[in-house]
Design a protein around this ligand. Sequence first.
Ligand code: BGC
Length: 747
Amino acid sequence: MKRTAINLLIIIISIAILPRISSAQNNSISHKVDSVLNLMTLQEKIGQLNQYNDDLYATGPVTVDANKIAQIKRGELGSILNSQGTTRTTGWQNIAMQSRLKIPLLFGQDVVHGYKTTFPIPLAESCSWDLDLMEKSARIAATEASAGGIHWTFAPMVDIARDPRWGRVMEGAGEDTYLGSRIAYARVKGFQGEIPGATNSVMACAKHYAAYGAAVGGRDYNSVDMSERQLFEYYLPPFKAALDANVSTFMNAFNDLNGVPATGNKYLQRDILKGLWNFQGFVVSDWASVGGMITHGYVKNEYEAALAAITAGCDMDMESRCYKNNLAQLVQDGKVPVALIDDAVRRILRKKFELGLFDDPYKFSNSERETEALNNPEHAKTAREIAAKSIVLLKNENNLLPLSKKLKTIAFIGPLVKAVKQNKGFWDVEVPDTDSNFIVSQWEGLTDKLGKNTNLLYAEGCKVQGEDRSGFEEAVNVAKQADVVILSIGELRDMSGEARSRSNINIPGVQEELLKAILATGKPVVVLINAGRPLIFDYTAENATAILYTWWLGSEAGNAIADVLFGDVNPSAKITMTFPRSVGQIPIYYNHFNTGNPPKDDNDRFYRSAYIDLSIYPKYEFGYGLSYTSFKYSNLQLSKKKMKAGESIQVSVTITNTGKYEGEEIVQLYLRDKAASVVRPVKELRDFKKLNLKAGESKTIQFIIDKEKLSFFNQQLQWVAEPGEFDLMIGASSRDIKLNDSFELID
Ligand code: BGC
């Protein structure tokens, strides 16, 4: 029953009509794979399942290996991670070419939000809701990385995340499954490009499979316990969307899911991914997560860890050595059939063939192409564009923003004003010799924007962390001389990211105190908040004159911030994660259930599903973000009020730019299923459109409601749309619903 239902879902939501390998090509690759496989010894086969870290730097605890080179020569290594650049990758490949069968190595790296050109952290980018631009930024990252010999990125990270304490929220697309799935699809397309094996593309990797984002308490690597319905409905669809975009690989995860570590989880990998979803690519473990199952208490030694992982469907062992040291013995002991090893090897060899590495192992390492790709001014332009579109305007009292370029004196204060590398955020790539001078600091961005007639003053004020207030006085003096103060505060870039969970997500140190001291001068203050996650900043929210949430914007941060501050770009981003008022509200997300006892409003909290000492509302809700202009929503029309399952309803709505500036609006369509066999969220994003409008301009846009948009997983895990009434809401955010109506699905 369950299997049929999920198969049905696959058919229903398989929307990808992407250029894939044709079946003739496929047969010929299978043939080639088999012919190589037939020549391989067991030791060589196991070697293909083995991935080591290069010696440049590490993204996890390294196993020191004195004889890596000898192992490669013996054909005992399939892939290297964290290698970089033509010289280095060519060097390793030369060694692999000395092995008996000359099977080329695969080079993988975390090209998460850019390579040399760093784009905004993925969470920031997701706030642009601009799928084309996100695809483009992934495309550029692929172009730069692949020219230096990288074949494979460990991205996109598609984990749904509802807890901002978790440091890795910076790496994903936020809390919403629908939006997250569309972004996953776009990013995979961007990384992989249209032609398999093209030298300006890299294989993508959907990670971390699965449910890693639901770690209890937001503590990284923590356990996850959830119902299958929740797993299927909220956490798996972005992975399925990546698969629909033809993603080459999956990475499993550090967490356990309902007591079984994801790395050794047969249900996730063999049954769902390779069985029901028919995934033909390969699965890599997370860093040493095969051996990590011993620490979990799931297996007692490396021998059992290797057995559990290979049986569960994990094809490649990243850095744990469990496969290398135990698979041969497991085969000899009759615990692992050679067929299982062959299947994993085939999957990996197939990718090497698809990339064209057997024809030319050095195909991707090309120094001319590398120089060209790393010095393409168009890349910086796109980075600047998407960075500006990722900045969220949270507050703009008295329309302080945009600032006039004619202001006489501006004070630019704060610990992050002159920071350089901080702007890159976590999971940046360090490209040797090109790095720091390639990043536009916020100070530089503003200096370049302003003419000689504006006097730009600076004071650091305080550090990001610590109690030192000794810089306050200078900052206040500088503020007093200015017409406007811009204050750049927030987290440090490595306060969010892997293993960077925080229990206190306030703006750290004395930075908000610094704001208070500056506000006492009576000057208007624009606060820039730099962060990798939604922070809590009630004082700033209530008292700053204007707030731009700038996240970590990458190499063009300074230019993009200047573009928005001075109105060359009108901000249009909307947050993709709810911002809580206090840690006590976490987990907090917009698409919650109503419960049997919901509060009506903040005056109605006793005996309700609310905290008696806390507002029921978040600080900023999912989908929220302001613009320098204003938009009117009108004329909501439905083509009909009743539809049958095979039919659809056309929804149209008119949006008018009623302000002074040209601007972009992200129009959001939410639905609520009024009564169903399992309770449905109070609202769910089911579509959106981003449109550009000149001042005074109106546009009418259309949405289509079909059965797919009304469907959900019922108790039997069937993907169904049940007849009944639905509320339709068109909003500027999940709370700011501008227009609504209802319709009925009939038998
Ligand atoms: C992370 C992965 C990453 C891998 C390789 C792990 O610690 O969880 O996301 O791809 O390291 O760097």
